[in-house]
Design a protein around this ligand. Structure first.
Ligand code: 6R9
Length: 695
């Protein structure tokens, strides 16, 4: 797969780079053909044919563009922004920022005083350019023979109808709408309808429990909740309306009552008549929305007006409402999508993420539609009816760009190659990965088996907070290393710092931070700007701190090593250990809990919980089940602990702090690496825990 010709061609192009390009230190190494040559076995080169047609054809082209984006961010980004529709152009200053806590409040603004609308740019603008009859969304149902599609024109009509309904029901610019929907077309439709009228959407992943939904309702006090009665995922039917009902009941008892609950009848999963109903509050989507007008004027908003809120886990129990604004987010998601997937008008794009996560916001809905792409939405699970479903879908729609998560790659890899090779997959040209580091063996399987060694893999590192890709390969531009997210996107300056916050140059590892702002950066945590500053800007003054560890090799490639805070990454989903702990201790028989992440073959990380019971309560299998269950109902099934470890007591320092370092070692059975335990208040606790490890 690593053809020598390609290699030589790349080496040649690297040597002819302009001398000034070498000024950016972390990229120096790409230019040093010799050092790359000595490591050829680690490198995967794009084919000549691919590079020739790519948007960025060579390392020097990438470096030229990158260099300009860093040296002249205002010029670089305003050239791009000018390709979008603005009712009124932004003022002279393209951006302003203060990322240094010692210099006052953290503040980021891009294209301030520019007036635009992201829904207009996603739909009306595409239609005006003559692409109104192009398919915007292909929807594939849970059952293989159920599907639907909408062209850009049809999508706009649906969005306008809902936007009109929302307006008639009192939703105004700046109001919040909570969306609790599975992967139906109504999910992006609702997001876009909110954006059209300047309302702020907050999508809650439809796998979250009623308790989690309740918390989010309390925090952002939505005018309306949009949901559906039920959904089928594989063979299971999930009754979503019941979950919403419970959350709405609890929030009204706590002083936040939501006037309306717009409910889509998802007929294939549940009939109207089987759905529980609260008269006066609940409204069937199908009864009201289709009656609304199919045109709706756009609410023009400032580039810095909020677009959406998305809750994510942090190191404390309370989820953080990450707030993104309109203009910068629009420019950033559109541009990252285009370059990181080498997007062409003829592409058919499928991202397996749910719109309940940031990936579904930026790279199912906004980024692709802003580019006028045809997007696949899939309602079901990847292994239903069997593990070949993804490739069946790829062949059915002739998918050219397939973007997914390492956990899915690993689970399909485990199920065997026959499920893959049974399908042609010859339409595929670019693959993508997101959510956690992709281990080199999964990378190689994805590359060799799924992509027939033909498709570059964009391993995109980014976060809910960053809005879009930060470190990512650009297909065709430079060689890849399996497992490395490679180099920064245009305008992004990643730095690796040591414990003291000092930048480290060259080959190194440490904490991953970002210098300066980029258009897609989040602007605050909803209602808690102080937490925003404390969590992200105080740890290393002057930088945005990502919470991830990272190393950089001698060629300048970046290797993400995972979270360095108390956040666990399970199947690409961020889960705060504190959230799981507070769910566990809410169980009447649980006195104390400490949760750590352990390596998991498919999920990346699994949840391992040490639990101390209330005095006198005996351990039992039933109790274990009921503890796991309490996490399911408080957070959601995806956060259920894989393992409960009975702990008569927990290892604590004399000041009472739980020593998680030791718990991690016990959980992963690295018992000879416990390190110094002499600072524990009672070191014998450790022996007790080890004894109980396999009981
Ligand atoms: C987009 C998304 C963010 C955290 C992030 C990091 C991990 C995501 C990654 C990756 C290594 C990649 N992460 N992509 N780690 N390589 N390509 O997943 O957002 O849910 O906020 O999670 O996910 O640890 O800090 P989010």
């Amino acid at each position: 797969n690593l053809t020598t010709n390609n290699h030589l061609r790349h080496m040649e192009s690297m040597k002819s780079l302009p001398s000034g390009a070498g000024k950016i230190p972390e990229l120096n190494a790409v230019i040093l053909g010799e050092s790359l040559a000595s490591e050829e076995h680690d490198l995967v080169f794009p084919s000549h044919d691919f590079s020739k047609q790519a948007l960025v054809t060579s390392p020097q082209k990438y470096l030229e563009m990158y260099k300009r984006s860093i040296e002249d961010p205002a010029g670089f980004w305003s050239d791009i922004a000018s390709q979008f529709y603005w009712k009124k152009k932004w003022s002279q200053q393209v951006y302003s920022e203060n990322l240094d806590v010692t210099k006052g409040n953290i503040k980021i603004e891009w294209f301030k005083s520019g007036i635009t609308n992201i829904c207009y740019n996603c739909l009306d603008k595409i239609i005006e350019s003559g692409n109104g009859d192009k398919v915007a969304l292909h929807w594939e149902g849970n059952e293989p023979d159920v599907d639907d599609s909408l062209t850009y024109k049809q999508l706009l009509e649906k969005v306008c109808q809902l936007a009109n309904f929302l307006k008639q029901n009192g939703v105004k610019k700046g109001d919040t709408v909570i969306i609790y929907l599975p992967m139906l077309m109504e999910l992006p439709i609702t997001m876009l309808a909110c954006a059209r009228i300047g309302a702020v959407h907050s999508v809650v992943f439809a796998g979250y429990s009623s308790e989690s939904l309740f918390q989010r309702i309390m925090d952002c006090k939505p005018k309306i909740v949009v949901t559906c009665n039920a959904v089928k995922r594989g063979k299971k039917v999930l009754n979503l309306k019941d979950i919403v009902d419970a959350a709405l009941l609890e929030s009204s008892q706590n002083g936040v009552s939501v006037d309306s609950c717009l409910t889509y009848e998802n007929e294939s999963a549940m009939k109207k008549e089987d759905t529980k109903w609260q008269k006066g509050r609940d409204i069937w989507w199908q009864d009201v929305v289709p009656k609304c007008s199919t045109t709706c004027d756009v609410e023009w908003v400032d580039a810095e007006d909020p677009l959406f809120l998305l809750y994510t886990s942090g190191s404390t129990g309370k989820p953080k409402g990450v707030l993104h604004t309109t203009g910068g987010y629009m420019i950033y998601t559109a541009t990252t999508f285009k370059y990181a997937f080498d997007y062409k008008d003829s592409d058919i794009y499928w991202c397996t993420a749910d719109c309940g996560w940031i990936t579904g916001h930026s790279y199912v809905t906004y980024g692709p539609l802003l580019n006028g792409a045809t997007v696949i939405l899939y309602e079901g699970v990847p292994n239903y009816p069997d593990s070949g479903r993804c490739w069946e879908i790829v062949d059915k729609y002739k998918v050219t760009i397939f973007y997914t998560a390492p956990t899915l790659v690993r689970s399909l890899m485990r199920d065997g190659n026959e499920y893959v090779t049974r399908y042609s997959r010859k339409s595929l040209r670019v693959l993508g990965s997101v959510g956690e580091p992709i281990n080199p063996s999964a990378w190689r399987w994805f590359f060799n088996v799924v992509g027939d060694s033909r498709c570059p893999i964009s391993d995109t590192w980014w976060q809910t907070e960053t809005g879009g890709f930060m470190i990512t390969p650009l297909p065709g531009a430079f060689p890849q290393k399996p497992g490395s997210a490679t180099f920064p996107f245009f305008g992004v300056q990643p730095v690796i710092v040591d414990e003291k916050g000092k930048e480290i140059e060259g080959e190194c590892s440490g904490y991953l931070c970002v210098k300066n702002s980029w258009p897609g950066a989040f602007r605050t945590l909803y209602g808690d700007h102080e937490r925003y500053e404390t969590t992200y800007f105080k740890p290393f003054p002057g930088y945005y701190f990502s919470g991830d560890g990272c190393s950089r090799d001698k060629n300048g490639y970046h290797w993400l090593t995972g979270r360095v805070d108390d956040v666990i990454n399970v199947s690409g989903h961020r889960i705060g250990t504190a959230e799981v702990e507070s769910a566990l201790v809410s169980h009447p028989q649980c006195a104390e809990a400490a949760v750590v992440g352990v390596e998991h073959e498919v999920k990346g990380q699994g949840i391992y919980a040490f639990v101390t019971l209330v005095e006198g309560v005996p351990y039992s299998e039933d109790l274990r089940k009921s503890l796991v269950n309490v996490v399911r109902t408080q957070i959601g099934a995806f956060a259920a602990p894989d393992r409960i470890h009975w702990a008569p007591s927990l290892p604590k320092t004399r000041s009472g702090k739980i020593m998680r370092r030791i718990l991690r070692k016990i959980a992963s059975r690295q018992l000879d690496e416990l390190g110094d335990i002499s600072t524990l208040a009672d070191p014998s606790v450790v022996d007790q825990l080890i004894e109980l490890a396999d009981s």
